[in-house]
Design a protein around this ligand. Structure first.
Ligand SMILES: Nc1nc2c(c(=O)[nH]1)N[C@H]1C(S)=C(S)[C@@H](COP(=O)(O)OP(=O)(O)OC[C@H]3O[C@@H](n4cnc5c(N)ncnc54)[C@H](O)[C@@H]3O)O[C@H]1N2
Ligand code: MOO
Length: 342
């Protein structure tokens, strides 16, 4: 690239977008790549602080920022992602093409961001996203980068394909067991059924039904078996998650023969969340807080479960950092730190 004074640049073609601030004080592209500079542009360029422009002189060893960004975007994306193939100000923005769970291979992302010149910024791994939502901004810092950087970044993305993706939610078959003698015998009105109906509808779950049980191990166990026979892929159990003698739900889950992944998580609200696998079916002890709060530990794990991913024992301890919800007056989850540390 050759640097020339703007006064000498009439007739030359801009080789990158030029950023300025418009009359409303908003940052924007003032001159697009490919624009041929005219006499009238000179004051405008000087007004945005540009005394010189670069003129593109191809070099076999160098790649323009736009071409370098496109080369990586083409290999970094898995399913259900979209992006405009024309970068703006050297940046490509990658969006969700479907509702689902955003995943990013953190190790691969770290390696790509260590190559040099490449910067790839994404949402946290395992964020629940909506179709059309912004997920990732990919940009080269200088106007040109070395071909070797492009080759290394592209090779890393290929080796770790897909570095980013959106996994759509599966319409899993769900059974809900509502425990508690006070609800079963009608002493109080059940509040969990409407709450769980709404929470599960957001994933397109196929609801097999709700079964109410008193605080009775045999009845809770039979309800679990009944949902298993009906082909449940997810069984959620509410109530009885705590420490009182009548709180039997974790015991019922254990007695079903399921392998306990965790009984309790280092997160608030939702400390009492219990998760266990009986072959491919996940049994979930729903934390009491789920009845009253829009976001608890349950909302952190449900998107992964409906995206078809398995929860592991080993990862649970890592949720402590960022596991303390601030309970904002207006919940912004998942656009906050809660549940994003792993
Ligand atoms: N000493 C301790 N106390 C508590 C702990 C603890 O670790 N040590 N954990 C707290 C946390 S966290 C939770 S969550 C709750 C445990 O809740 P449970 O799941 O055991 O809830 P229950 O005892 O069954 O019920 C609590 C409360 O909610 C009412 N309830 C339950 N189900 C329904 C329903 N379907 N509809 C309407 N209302 C319902 C129930 O009647 C109770 O009033 O424990 C903390 N304490
Ligand atoms: O497990 Mo509890 O309230 O933190 O739901």
């Amino acid at each position: 690239m050759r640097k020339i004074k703007v006064e000498d640049a009439v007739g030359e073609m801009l080789c990158h977008d030029m950023t300025g601030v418009n009359d409303n004080g908003v940052k924007c592209v003032r001159f697009k790549r490919g624009h041929v500079i005219t006499e009238a542009d000179i004051p405008a360029l000087l007004n945005i602080g540009k005394g010189h422009i670069f003129v593109w002189e191809p070099d076999a060893d160098e790649v323009h920022e736009d071409d370098a960004a496109i080369a990586l975007a083409e290999v970094i994306c898995g399913d259900n992602l979209s992006y405009d193939k024309k970068p703006s100000e050297g940046k490509i923005q990658i969006n969700a093409a479907a509702d689902g769970l955003f995943t990013v291979n953190r190790e691969a992302l770290r390696k790509i961001n260590s190559v040099g010149d490449y910067t790839v910024a994404t949402l946290p791994n395992f964020t629940r996203v909506d179709k059309g939502q912004k997920l990732c901004g990919l940009r080269i810092v200088p106007l040109v980068t070395k071909r070797d950087n492009v080759d290394r970044a592209v090779a890393l993305a290929r080796e770790n394909f897909p570095v980013i993706t959106v996994l759509p939610f599966k319409p899993l078959k769900c059974g809900v067991i509502i425990t508690g003698s006070e609800v079963y015998y009608g002493r109080i009105q059940d509040r969990f059924e409407p709450v769980m109906t709404k929470k599960l509808a957001g994933y397109g779950a196929q609801l097999l039904g709700f079964t109410k049980c008193p605080d009775d191990l045999a009845m809770i166990g039979a309800a679990i078996q009944d949902f298993l026979k009906k082909g449940a892929e997810v069984i959620l159990l509410t109530g009885g998650m705590s420490v009182d003698p009548d709180d039997l739900t974790p015991t019922a889950i254990r007695q079903s023969g399921a392998e306990i992944i965790t009984q309790g998580v280092p997160m608030q609200p939702g400390n009492m969340l219990t998760m266990a696998y009986l072959e491919e079916t996940i049994l979930i002890g729903v934390p009491g807080a789920s009845m009253n709060f829009p976001t608890t530990s349950l909302e952190v794990f449900l998107p992964r479960i409906f995206a078809g991913l398995k929860i592991t024992k080993e990862e649970i301890a890592g949720y402590g950092e960022g596991g303390f919800c601030l309970m904002c007056a207006e919940c912004r989850y998942p656009n906050c730190y809660f549940g994003h540390s792993v």
